[in-house]
Design a protein around this ligand. Structure first.
Ligand code: PLP
Length: 393
């Protein structure tokens, strides 16, 4: 049995007639960039995220960059974020000439440890970028409290987490601004690149709309130095069709996660996930079980990825090879922490500075979780985990 890490073809096949009709409509309209389809998507996405405004742009990476531009972050400023994320979470900070100050993650849920964030606040801290990694909200309350007290901006990197909730509230609209990505592998993926900012701040929304148009408030009148970062009408029309299915896809991802947890624990390969015990508590690893399941700490986890850990790096690497030999897709998110990327060497971090992030680099493995996965495919993956020779490691 072949189990790919991700297979978008089934999802797109089911929607093919609708997507083709949307393509024809855009072709005939002659309006290809921004316009009414994009405005409709902005409103629908903002409503979905329980935020007042949506501002579409060219990618999730640009959404992050535009946020920092809007807040005037630049040389001499510090932005606290996670070292265990996609590259764009930190490159936007470098692009603005500011410094990324990395706080460590919790090994339970892979999100920022808020206590480490608090330790790293300085008078130069201008913003915090919590990442809602793998589809689960970061612990926002401690960051929001310190941000309010010190006038620090909160930029949510919600690229992997559209629809996820923190204490009953949708991510994106919790901080000052939220950044979404419509990259095809995200829970709401376009047929190409795309992104969106959501915010409850009307003045900020206006500024972001100007910044994505080269900073031109009116044509040929450039108040700010912006960039060209707009969404195509055709992507908006595709995304509007797909947004109507997002809740049903999210429920399928959650069902798949529950099946993995039930089957992996029933096979004796892992203890039941402990739930949130606080980031600072050590993850139990002495039970003798070879797999550590991801904790669901927050109220609505949308499982963009289902990421397990092994107790040591050699087990992870051998398991990945074993699954690949059996035609089961898996992937390491992320093999290298951001503080160890060569292009950020001038920030002066060293190996060992963020130990939990580095441990996750070496021991994490994402299993297939996409909505259309069948139960027999999940059973096959778990049977393969059980067939792996853990004792040889
Ligand atoms: C995908 C992703 C981004 C960037 O989104 P793009 O649309 O690919 O530019 C940023 N942050 C995280 C955590 C992501 O997963």
């Amino acid at each position: 049995m072949n189990v790919p890490l991700l297979d978008l073809s089934r999802q797109h096949q089911a929607l093919k007639d609708e997507l083709m009709a949307a393509f024809a409509k855009t072709l005939d309209s002659g309006r290809f960039i921004l316009g009414s389809e994009v405005e409709a998507l902005e409103q629908e996405t903002a409503r979905y995220c329980q935020a007042r405004h949506g501002i579409a742009c060219a990618s999730g990476s640009d959404a992050l960059l535009l946020s920092l531009m809007a807040f005037g972050i630049g040389p001499g400023d510090e932005v606290i974020t996670s070292p265990y994320s996609f590259f764009a979470t930190a490159s936007c900070i470098a692009r603005m000439g500011a410094k990324a100050v990395f706080a460590d993650i919790s090994l339970r849920c892979f999100n920022l440890d808020p206590q480490d964030v608090l330790r790293k606040i300085t008078p130069r801290t201008k913003a915090i970028i919590p990442v809602h990694l793998f589809g689960q909200s970061a612990d926002m309350a401690p960051c929001l409290a310190v941000a309010r007290e010190k006038g620090i901006k909160i930029i949510e990197d919600a690229a992997q987490a559209i629809g996820a909730e923190y204490r009953g509230q949708r991510v994106g609209g919790i901080g000052d601004v939220g950044c979404l990505s419509f990259f095809p592998t995200k829970n709401l993926g376009g047929l190409g690149d795309g992104g969106m900012l959501v915010t409850n701040d009307s003045a900020l929304a206006e500024k972001l709309k100007i910044l994505r148009l080269h900073g031109a408030k009116t044509e040929y009148n450039h108040q700010w130095l912006g960039i060209n970062s707009r969404l195509d009408a055709i992507q908006a029309s595709f995304l509007r069709i797909k947004l109507r299915h997002l809740d049903e896809w999210t429920e399928a991802r959650q069902r798949n996660a529950s099946l993995y947890i039930a089957k992996i624990t029933a096979a004796g390969l892992a203890d039941a996930p402990s739930g949130c015990q606080g980031c600072a508590n050590p993850v139990p690893s002495s039970s003798g079980k070879p797999i550590i399941l991801p904790a669901a700490c927050q109220s609505r986890h949308v499982y963009n990825q289902f990421v397990i850990r092994t107790v040591n790096p050699s087990a992870r690497n051998a398991l990945r090879q074993f699954l690949q030999d059996g035609n089961i897709g898996s992937r390491v998110y992320y093999p290298v922490s951001l503080h160890q990327q060569p292009c950020f060497a001038s920030w002066g971090y060293r190996a060992g500075d963020l130990p939990n992030s580095e441990a996750a680099n070496q021991t994490s493995l994402a299993l297939p979780i996409f909505p259309e996965l069948t139960e027999s495919q999940i059973t096959h993956v778990v049977d393969s985990l059980a067939a792996f020779n853990w004792n040889s490691l």
